[in-house]
Design a protein around this ligand. Sequence first.
Ligand SMILES: Cc1cc2nc3c(=O)[nH]c(=O)nc-3n(C[C@H](O)[C@H](O)[C@H](O)COP(=O)(O)OP(=O)(O)OC[C@H]3O[C@@H](n4cnc5c(N)ncnc54)[C@H](O)[C@@H]3O)c2cc1C
Length: 469
Amino acid sequence: MLDVLVIGGGNAALCAALMAREAGASVMLLESAPRAWRGGNSQHTRNLRCMHDAPQDVLVEAYPEEEYWQDLLKVTGGLTDEHLARLTIRASATCRPWMRKHGVHFQPPLSGALHVARTNAFFMGGGKALVNAYYRSAEALGVEIRYETPVDAIELDGTRFVAARSGRQRFTARTCVLAAGGFESNREWLRQAWGQNERGEWPADNFLIRGTRFNRGELLRYMIEAGADSIGDPTQAHMVAIDARAPLYDGGICTRIDCVSLGVVVNRDGRRFYDEGEDFWPKRYAIWGRLVAQQPGQVAYSIIDSQAIGHFMPPVFPGEKAETLADLARQLGLPPAQFEQTVHDYNAACRQGRFDHTVLDDCHTDGLQPPKTHWARPLERAPFYGYALRPGVTFTYLGLKVNDKAQVHFAGRPSDNLFVAGEMMAGNVLGKGYTAGVGMSIGTAFGRIAGVQAAQFATRSSGVSHAAA
Ligand SMILES: Cc1cc2nc3c(=O)[nH]c(=O)nc-3n(C[C@H](O)[C@H](O)[C@H](O)COP(=O)(O)OP(=O)(O)OC[C@H]3O[C@@H](n4cnc5c(N)ncnc54)[C@H](O)[C@@H]3O)c2cc1C
């Protein structure tokens, strides 16, 4: 009988499969996607947040455990399990030599991402290269991989895993690791979770999905309905404001619009609704998805003038461009009179100090609601530019409850042979909020733990080890 069945084909699943195989277990991995689309959201990633007490190859200075923990505590507002969070943080300090062994290369961040040179290790070639390296290594070690095999049911005997089913196929194994992502690609589930708002709209109908179309949460729902303990709120997710022209799925990181803090953002009524200069954009970009989701029609418009050009990473596609604000309003479909009034009020409220986009500068508005607290400069230099924004869902936080052995729980009791890793349990560490690179830290830490635990249980119960080549 197979020792370890791994369900999913992204970072967490691959880490589990590799660790289980290295521990001597026979391993099969079931990936829902076809080979060309393998790798889930992990294929879109760029980096991993890493604790380190001293400079380490691509990481400068130090990022100690306590600082990482405080960052996590702040973004989650305390909705995190300290024991599991610290375990994730410590694991991030030691996982990179193992990642290198399996073909992952790191590089220093490119310019434009310098704020994370201390905290985040970037993958050479991005997440796609990481996923490809892990698949190559897994195949070389003898992990059997089945593509286009979406698992739709799990057979349980009480709290114990018996088999997984994909349509008419049935896969038995001594142990199983669930690593099939969140439910962000399941638009019906998002619709149900977000419900209808006071305007009678279904906000989720206007969300775009930044990553894979294969994370439909079928397994997550199955497990919750089968009595597995869950954690997290289904409306909590990592959500950013992205280019409204992005595709429904797999737009990835190049759909970001990074000029929000340099201008104003208005809703479809031509009104501002939030402080665009509250903090550095990398610290705030993850709240703008929800802010746009709360606006009428779930759409907003980032407006800049030509002074902003050169201060941000330009989007892949150019925005609307016009010589006057009235023309820009018409091109974007905004009510011209209200839009011009909004910009006029904003311009009049700007109290210019010394503009410096690299610090929280003293250019702010006075007497304006909502205020703009930094980088406030009047929009007066033509041409003017506008970009339509939509909420872009990165991943959802509802997941299965785990302990430090990555065991799935049923009414508080851990299963002996069923484990979970990655987005499917990220909610244990991330109740809300986000700090860049922690998704891969969680998946790598718990994928590796789940793989070892699954292999240990399987080889204990069979008494045989199938040594990895
Ligand atoms: C655009 C984008 C950029 C990101 N950038 C970063 C970053 O730089 N750093 C970072 O830390 N995080 C980043 N993230 C978040 C990160 O992608 C996730 O936290 C991480 O990849 C989760 O890994 P995972 O293995 O749990 O899920 P995934 O990588 O999504 O893998 C889930 C896998 O399960 C498969 N699957 C789903 N359902 C089934 C089923 N029923 N049966 C079989 N297989 C199934 C899917 O096909 C997929 O292969 C980013 C996400 C996106 C979308």
